[in-house]
Structures are given as C-alpha cells and as structure tokens.
Design a protein around this ligand. Structure first.
Ligand SMILES: NC(=O)c1ccc[n+]([C@@H]2O[C@H](COP(=O)([O-])OP(=O)(O)OC[C@H]3O[C@@H](n4cnc5c(N)ncnc54)[C@H](O)[C@@H]3O)[C@@H](O)[C@H]2O)c1
Length: 371
C-alpha cells in the first residue's frame, strides 16, 4: 500500500506533534507540505521536519496535487473554513479538536466532506492512548461488570499560545480546550451511547486577568444506558500535564494515569532538558515521561487515519464524533450558565461560540474576619 501524503496546516505546537506522528509510521504516511501564515514559520518547520513544500497560505497547499490528506493544526476559529476549502479541493481532512466553533459549522463540514467524497476525521488521540485502550478492552471483556461511572480529567497550568485565552478565537476556556477530550473519551469508552443530559459547573478561579473563559470545570454527562461520565478540566494545575481516567463497574474498577503513571519519579538539584508537556521546571522532584507521543496515542491515531484513507480501516472518530462533542460542549456551557441540567438533543441556533451560552459565576471575595 502506498504512503498517504500529508499536508499540515499550522506550524507550531500540534503541528510538531502531527509531524512526529507521521514520522513514527513511515510505512503508512509521509509529510509532503506545510502551510503557516507567519513569515518564515512554514519554512523553518519544513527544514526541521524535512518537508519538501512550504507555503504561507493554506490555499496554496490545497492546490498541491501531491497532498492527499491535510491535518488542521490552526486555531479553532479556522477549522471549519479550512475543512470546507480542503474538501472542495478533494483532500481528506484530519481536524484537531475541538471540531469547530458552532453546530452550524459542524453540519457544514460534514456535509461538504460527504458531497466531495472525502473523509472528515476527528483527531481524538485518547481513543488510541495505549493505557486507555487497554482499560476499554478490559471493560468490553466484562472485567468490571456493568460500567456505571467513567471519569476523565485533563489538567495543566494553561495553554501555551495567546489565542486559546481569547474566547473569540477559541470559543471557550478549559472545557472547550480540554473538556472536549473527556466528553469524547467517556462516550467512546461507554460504547458510543447517546448522551441524555449534561450538567456542568464552571468558574474562572485563577486567570481572570488573562481570559473571559472558564479555567476550572466539572462536567457530568448522563448516557442513555444510565452510565455517567465525569470530566474534570483545569488550566490551574502547575507541574506538567496530568491526564487520568477512572472506571467503575459493579464487578470492578481500574485507574490509569497516562503521563505521571508512565514517568520516572525523579529528583534533580540542577534540572535537565525536558520532563513532560507544560512542566515549567525540572529542578527538584519531577516526572519525566518516556515515549510521550506513543503514550498519548498520536502515532497510532495517524496510522489509523492513513489506513482509513487507503480504505483498509473504518474511521472510529469522524465528523459525527466531533459534532456530538460540540453539542455536549454547547450543553455544558448552557448548563453552567443556567445552573441546571440540560437535556439533549440541544441545538440552539445562531450561537456564535459555545461560551456565549455561559455567564461567569462570580467568585465571592474572601471576607476578612475582624480579630
Ligand atoms: N490533540 C491534542 O491533544 C491537541 C493538543 C494541542 C492542540 N490541539 C489543537 O490543535 C490546534 C492548534 O493548536 P496549537 O497548540 O498547535 O496552537 P499554536 O498556536 O501552537 O499553533 C497554531 C498554528 O496555526 C497557525 N495559523 C494561524 N492562522 C492560520 C491560518 N490562517 N492558516 C494556517 N495556519 C494558521 C499559526 O501560525 C500556528 O502555526 C487547536 O485547535 C488545538 O485545540 C490539539
């Protein structure tokens, strides 16, 4: 089977991740192009990863007949526009999470890709993270009996790029950025059950000077079979990325810590190069993770997507997955705004971005006690 020729749109954080994933599956895919608007960035990325073609406008990349599949690693507000242009150019699309800003965009992305006969693949690497895949295999085998509660948490100290903090570009805060993983994870883990209702509590606890978005949230998802998903999302946890799951059934349970649980508890007085994503320091105690990309499932995800393009595998994560997540995101923000559970289907029209459905709940000022 020939290698799938991949073009990456964007040239920074996730673009490097996608490039590493492609290079980790050389028999399945190869990088042929990159596009990024900031002067010099695409060229530098091309040099760093040995990519033959670099463009400043993604439309030029879409005109390159060599490119079969694109990977969108641009900010959220651009996902729909780029997907639609790519589908019209006949390219298969891998879209990073979250799928887009609005449900209308999600519908349009799915429709255009379907009409063009190209795949719309939703990049949710947790479906490929080896520890989580093992947990699901055991659950599907019946190891835990009937699973009634699945928890996923993704927490770090806050995003690396300014646009994440600007809700007009990101669509929301920690739930939009990290909660989208947990929503998809719980749904996938529980066998893609329909979502019945969503309850979410959100607050901006720490970063009020940087964002109008929520930086801390707990979201509870009720599925059609009665099982519950609980998703914790935080931009307020220094010390490096933390991604964990817990699974509970009537016959057992399992816990998986994707990063710290696969790291070397390390103490260094002088520090060293790199421990884990978003860890600010390697001095003192730290948790350097090995095979970070593989632990996340990025190469495994890329192998699957390349095989989907070649028709040897059926997508386990596609535009419909992204749209389901988008609807739950809408419901989560509306729930946090209204202080009540939101039943699905929930498809309010004309919402510009999910966070518009939420009104921040003020944190009460700390009262000084008189002595
Ligand atoms: N799956 C994951 O775990 C994961 C991790 C990080 C980011 N992401 C997602 O990937 C996307 C990118 O995030 P990031 O962390 O790489 O952000 P980033 O800010 O590090 O990189 C964004 C890139 O997009 C480029 N860009 C901006 N406007 C563009 C345009 N008009 N055309 C082409 N490129 C443009 C920027 O120049 C930059 O290279 C986001 O949607 C984010 O949610 C997913």
């Amino acid at each position: 089977m020939s290698k799938v020729k991949v073009g990456i749109i964007g040239s920074r954080f996730q673009a490097d991740c996608v490039a590493a994933a492609v290079k980790a599956v050389p028999e399945e895919a190869e990088l042929v192009a990159v596009a990024s608007p900031t002067k010099g960035n695409a060229a530098a990325f091309a040099k760093r990863h040995g990519v033959p073609h670099a463009y400043t406008d993604y439309r030029e990349l879409l005109r390159n007949p060599e490119v079969e599949m694109i990977s969108i690693t641009a900010p959220n507000r651009l996902h729909a526009e780029i997907t639609i242009a790519a589908a019209k150019a006949g390219k298969h699309v891998v879209c990073e999470k979250p799928l887009c800003m609005t449900l209308e965009e999600a519908d349009a992305m799915i429709d255009v890709c379907r009409q063009a006969g190209v795949l719309l693949l939703y990049a949710e690497e947790l479906f490929f993270a080896p520890k989580y895949v093992k947990a699901k295999q055991m659950a599907d085998e019946g190891a835990f009996g009937r699973v009634h509660l699945v928890k996923q948490g993704e927490k770090h100290s806050g995003p690396h790029a300014d646009w994440f903090w600007d809700v007009s570009q990101s669509g929301g805060g920690a739930v939009m950025d990290l909660g989208c993983h947990g929503i998809a994870f719980c749904w996938w883990f529980l066998g893609k059950q329909k979502v019945k209702s969503v309850y979410s509590h959100m607050a901006t606890q720490v970063h009020r000077d940087r964002t109008e978005g929520e930086d801390e949230a707990v979201t509870i998802i009720e599925f059609a079979n009665g099982a519950v998903g609980m998703v914790e999302s935080s931009w307020n946890r220094p010390g490096g990325m933390d991604d964990c799951i817990e699974v509970f059934g009537d016959k057992g349970q399992t816990y998986a810590d994707m990063l710290m649980g696969n790291a070397l508890p390390t103490y260094s007085e002088v520090g060293f190069g790199y421990a884990v994503e978003k860890a600010a320091s390697t001095k003192g105690w730290s948790y350097p993770v090995f095979e970070e990309q593989w632990n996340y499932g990025f190469p495994q995800e890329m192998r699957h997507f390349a095989r989907c393009v070649r028709g040897t595998e059926t997508p386990i994560s596609d535009g419909e997955t992204g749209r389901m997540v988008q609807e739950v995101l809408y419901a989560a923000y509306a729930s946090a705004g209204q202080g009540c559970r939101i039943a699905l289907p929930f498809r309010p029209k004309g919402v510009a971005k999910p966070i518009d459905l939420w009104k921040p709940i003020p944190v009460a000022p700390v009262r000084k006690l008189s002595s």
